[in-house]
Every structure is written in C-alpha cells, then in structure tokens.
Design a protein around this ligand. Structure first.
Ligand code: AVJ
Length: 324
C-alpha cells in the first residue's frame, strides 16, 4: 500500500521556472508561497512552528489533542468505510492524533496525505507506519487537485478531507471561495471537509508571528530566492533584499514582502534578466485571518453546509467541519 505517487521532477522544475518568471515579470512582482517548501524551506517552517511568536501550531494542536474523540465522532458513522484525504499534510504531527483515535475506534479508512513537497511525503511514508503499524497509507506527492483527482481514481469511498494548519490562509478570500467551490465539485453528498482557520485577533500578536525577532520568517522568505539560485540558476544577492510583514485588522490580510534594497538586475537561467528598482517589492505571501462569521460566509458562498467547529482554549484558531 505504501508507494508514493509522484508527478515527475522535470515537470515540477519547468513549472517552477515558468511560474517564477510570470511572477517576476508582473507589475507588481510576486512569488507563489507554495514554492517555499523545498527541503530547506520545510526545515525553516519547522523552526517557525517552534517559535514562541507563532501561536498557530499550538492552538491547532490543542484542538487536535484535546477534542479528538468529538472530532472522530463527527466524521464517522458505524460500519461506514471512508478515505481520509489530507491536503498539505506536512509532518502530520497534528493529524496523527486523529488517525490514532480512528484506528483505536476500529474504523475502516485509508489515509491519503497530499503534499507539494516530495521530501515530506517520503518522510511520512517512512515514519507513520512505525507509529501506526495498522494504518492504511498512500502518500501522494504533487499539486492538490491533481493528487485529489488521483485519490478519487484509486478509491470511491466516502471522502473526509482535511485542510488544516491555516493553509487556506495562503489564498485571499476570493481565491479561497473559488478553491472551496473546486473542492466541492470533486466531492459528493455525505462527504466532509475540515478546514483550519486562524482567527482575527490582536494585530500586534498576528504581526509578531510573521515578523519574529530572530529573523526566522525572514530567512523563510529569502530561502525562496536561494532556491531559485540553486534550482533555476539564478544569481539573487540575498543581502540585496529585506523581509517586510504587514497586517491589516480591517481585511484580516497578513502579507509578507521582500523589498529590494537597491537598483539591481538578477539573472535567472541562461537568458532571463529581471530588474529591480530600489524599494521595489516582491509580494511573497498572504496569511488571511477570519472571523467566525466570515468562515460561515465562506462555507455558504462555496456551497457547503456548516456542521460544527472546534476551537482551542485560547480562542485563537478554528477547525471548521463542513459537509455536502
Ligand atoms: C503554512 C500557510 C499556515 O501562513 O501561517 C508561516 C506559512 N508563513 N510563517 C502561515 C507561514 C510565514 C503558514 N501556513
């Protein structure tokens, strides 16, 4: 059962180059945050999750470790086998709690972790069976929708989708709605979607999580320039760019940018040259925050029914349970 399904590496590299150039030739310039997660990016993201300022991980862990029984109950029915598909599984430290509870309750299910990082899926395939020997596991490495389609081809059982970790925050509200509509179109009546949202809260607290003193978030962003240097023969001067984060309490948008510190030209591959003016920015990432009301609106506008939600003791984070 444990064979990784992977998109070919050449396709990934061509797509990385194409999408990088589209972003850097746009006005204003942008990059896609899905490319943060190469092996070094995965490692830096682990460090982010361990930071004092990055409250999100602890908050969702509080939900998954203390309300697993209730969550397991909401997503299962006696004698009803299902597939548990996780988008952006990461190291699955949170989902492991749920997997464990489902196994203990003797539910018949297969776990399909999907992740854009090849390294992440390989790690899961190696480590999860050690922790949970009886788990039915099939790792899928690639883009969410390509791999989700693959999962629906492999099995036709009822689907429970997990999209945790506030990964939905990497889309703005309109993109999130379109994304949820696309998910809904791949799901059927009775299927479920569990989505993790970071809630609007004190703006200082949010900003600190994305602009830490130690500069870990800064190195997370700069690593994408390094990745372009490594994989796409770029020559970014990392000292020529500086991390800048902002949070707007009105819209709930937390954004990060890399600011060019001088007029400079950067080479990518053999023939591409990109110019940066002093103080020009590259928009790197959005981490959208929601109110409970906005979460319900998102469910409705994308055609889901709200079943319930679970929140942590501090009220920082919500795992919403939607159904079709
Ligand atoms: C993995 C998308 C949830 O937006 O909070 C953390 C990524 N970026 N610090 C987030 C991230 C900067 C993270 N997500």
């Amino acid at each position: 059962m444990s064979t990784i399904t992977t998109e070919t590496t050449t396709t990934n590299k061509t797509q990385f180059l194409e999408e990088t150039l589209i972003g850097l030739k746009s006005e204003p310039k942008f990059m896609q945050s899905k490319y943060f997660y190469d092996e070094k990016g995965d490692y830096i993201f682990q460090q982010i999750m361990n930071m004092e300022e990055y409250y999100l991980t602890d908050a969702e862990m509080d939900i998954l470790s203390n309300q697993t029984a209730q969550l397991a109950k909401v997503i299962t029915a006696p004698g009803d086998p299902f597939d548990l598909i996780e988008l952006g599984a990461g190291d699955a430290t949170k989902s492991v709690h749920l997997l464990k509870a489902l196994i203990e309750q003797k539910h018949d299910f297969t776990y399909f972790p999907i992740d854009i990082s090849e390294h992440v899926i390989a790690d899961l395939e190696e480590n999860l069976p050690l922790k949970l020997p009886t788990l039915n596991l099939q790792g899928l490495n690639g883009d969410y929708f390509a791999m989700l389609k693959r999962a629906t081809e492999i099995s036709s059982r009822r689907k429970v989708m997990l999209f945790m970790g506030a990964n939905i925050g990497n889309m703005n509200v309109d993109e999130a709605r379109d994304f949820c509509i696309d998910l809904r179109n791949l799901l059927s009546k009775g299927d479920m979607l569990i989505v993790g949202f970071d809630l609007k809260k004190n703006p200082q607290q949010i900003l600190a999580a994305y602009d830490d003193e130690a500069g870990i978030t800064s190195s997370f962003n700069l690593n994408l320039l390094q990745r372009i240097n490594r994989e796409l023969e770029g020559d970014f001067d990392l000292d020529g760019f500086e991390h800048y984060a902002s949070y707007d309490p009105e819209t709930g948008a937390c954004k990060s940018y890399l600011i060019s510190l001088k007029n400079q030209e950067v080479k990518i591959g053999q023939k591409e040259r990109i110019s940066f003016a002093a103080n020009e920015y590259i928009f790197m990432e959005i981490s959208q925050k929601y109110s409970l009301k906005e979460i319900e609106q998102l469910a409705k506008s994308s055609g889901f029914n709200v079943l319930t939600h679970f929140s942590d003791a501090k009220g920082y984070f919500v795992d919403a349970v939607w159904t079709l």
